[in-house]
Design a protein around this ligand. Structure first.
Ligand code: MN
Length: 216
């Protein structure tokens, strides 16, 4: 399933040019589903929000980044599934390549669906409620598919919204975006772009996930 799911991902990229991962090589199995958020300074800055499901990362490009304010509804454009190894990718995609620009591992951790429904069904229905346990993002969230796309348009526009809970922040929900260091390397975008400093500590390929490796 993962192989077919990744055909779009592969078709968009030239792996002789980009150092992005081609597949899930080296990824350890985790009994807890992982998530990552990558800050991506492409032609337009956005935050890529990725949830591990069925051996791939379901992915959305959040144009303005996540907000902790439940009043903020963030456009999240569904994009192609990404390989799980992408959750360890931090670096610069060469200019001229798909998504050319610098990528920072902005947050990572684990997620669980909330309402007892299979997440596959919730996604199909366009309403996925979930809890995040990340370094920056925690608590309850929802991804809801927008119903009023242009006629004939692809239904790939969703909204990412923080639910009201102890992790919610009224009024200045975007202050979290000022925490602008890599969760995996401590680096700034500038340091990553310059290829300076230490590389990211692994998450998908071991590190904190390692304790659970083998528990297939
Ligand atoms: Mn992106």
């Amino acid at each position: 399933m993962a192989k077919r799911a990744l055909s779009q991902y592969r078709a968009k990229r030239d792996f002789t040019q980009t150092t992005e991962p081609r597949d899930a090589a080296g990824v350890v199995v985790s009994p807890r589903a992982r998530f990552v958020v990558q800050k991506h300074a492409a032609s337009r800055l956005h935050y890529d929000f990725r949830l591990e499901l069925d051996g791939v990362f379901k992915s959305w490009a959040v144009t303005r980044g996540p907000s902790l304010d439940p009043h903020d509804k963030r456009l999240a454009v569904e994009v192609e599934d990404h390989p799980l190894a992408y959750g360890d990718f931090e670096g610069t995609i060469p200019r001229g390549q798909y998504g050319g620009g610098t990528v920072m591992l902005w947050d990572r951790g684990y997620w669980v669906p909330e309402d007892g429904r299979a997440p596959q069904d919730a996604l199909r229905a366009g309403d996925l409620k979930f809890t995040l346990a990340g370094e920056k993002l925690t608590g309850s969230w929802v991804l809801v598919r927008m119903k009023h796309d242009r006629a004939g348009g692809k239904r790939n526009n969703w909204l990412l919204i923080k639910h009201r809970d102890v992790a919610a922040v009224d009024g200045n929900g975007v202050a979290i975006l000022e925490q602008d260091r890599s969760v995996a390397s401590g680096r700034s975008m500038e340091q990553i772009a310059a290829g300076k400093g230490r590389g990211p500590t692994p998450f998908m390929r071991g590190g904190r996930g390692r304790e659970s490796a083998g528990a297939v």
